[in-house]
Ligand binder design. Structure first.
Ligand code: AN0
Ligand code: CP
Length: 317
């Protein structure tokens, strides 16, 4: 495995899930694989879970880890080509990626969508330059279009809690004061569809996601209808994809609350975190025994470790 950006980079999802559950039971069995290898984690944006869980996963694999907040700890980086670099950016991504690739055996990158230029964001223009110029395997730690380690952790969590082979999984939009990217809902849709679940996506009009990620899901503007008999409710805000990056609704009637949860089949409540309480979800729901948010975050170590194992194994050959 040379890159991990999407479920398409995984040859066999069922096998990967099985491997993840085995790693969760015995997290220290593979320390030899990462010995004398370095993981580099590069953050263009804030993070709590991804930063800590990926480091922990790398340490569990026996690796050393270097973490850098790009644009803060080092030189500011120019990511466009052909520009006269006479501003505040002292280093070009082409050299930075080449250099980091000499220090690290695997690189993880967090680089959110700018939400201004759809084409640029959907080309993953930062991560793709690291793939091109670093010469080492690259893991998305949330790029512009996807958050695969999160979606993989979410699928692991669903596998651990599902009571039927093909649970009904509902991804619902919920209100938020700021314009957020599509990476989390894109990946959640892509991975849950690939896992073979019954996937329903509920959102107000105008919030349709890119069809490349949602093909195979049922899409509805009726949140209550979607919640009926659901086994899992996954809440998330995102900005509009069609009216790229815009906030079209702040409608608090989309907040996930107990009344809506009572329409479900005693569904588990999921969110990737960080979550804004009483915007996305009521206190009552997130504090209830049906809330799986901490377990999802715990499974971020498992998803990251499984991907690192695959990458280290393919480097050995
Ligand atoms: C980010 C997002 O929506 O993509 C990160 C989520 C893991 N969330 C916020 O910026 C609040
Ligand atoms: N869920 C998630 O990726 O959280 P962080 O942004 O804190 O890493």
């Amino acid at each position: 495995m040379n890159q991990f950006l999407s479920v398409k980079d995984v040859p066999n999802l069922e096998g990967l899930i099985r491997e993840a559950l085995a790693i969760k039971k015995h997290p220290h069995l593979f320390e030899h694989l990462g010995q004398h290898k370095t993981m580099g984690c590069l953050f263009f944006n804030s993070s709590l879970r991804t930063r800590m869980s990926t480091q922990k996963a790398a340490v569990n694999m026996g690796m050393d880890v270097i973490v850098m907040n790009i644009n803060e700890d080092g030189w500011k980086i120019e990511t466009d080509f052909g520009v006269v670099m006479d501003g505040d950016k002292a280093e070009h991504i082409k050299e930075a990626a080449g250099v980091i690739g000499r220090y690290c055996d695997i690189i993880g990158i967090r680089a959110f969508a700018g939400l201004k230029d759809k084409e640029k964001d959907y080309s993953e223009h930062i991560i793709s330059q690291f793939i091109r110029y670093s010469g080492v395997p690259v893991i998305s730690l949330e790029g512009a279009t996807g958050h695969p380690l999160q979606a993989f952790a979410d699928v692991i969590t669903i596998e651990e809690h599902k009571k039927t082979r093909q649970p009904k999984v509902v991804l619902t939009w919920a209100p938020h004061p700021r314009a957020l990217p599509h990476a989390v809902p894109n990946s959640f849709a892509e991975w849950t569809i690939a896992a073979g679940y019954e996937v329903v996506i509920a959102h107000p009009e105008g919030y349709e996601l890119d069809e490349r990620f949602t093909q195979g899901a049922k899409i509805t503007y009726d949140q209550k209808e979607a919640f009926k008999d659901a086994d899992f409710i996954y809440a998330k805000n995102w900005s509009s994809y069609t009216h790229y990056g815009e906030i079209l609704s702040r409608d608090l009637s989309w907040t996930v609350d107990s009344a809506k949860m009572s329409l479900t089949r005693n569904a588990g409540f999921m969110h990737c975190l960080p979550v804004r309480r009483n915007m996305i979800v009521s206190d009552e729901v997130i504090d209830s025994p049906r809330s799986l948010v901490i377990e999802e975050a715990a499974n971020r170590v498992v998803s990251a470790q499984t991907i690192l194992k695959r990458m280290l194994e393919s480097q050995k050959r």
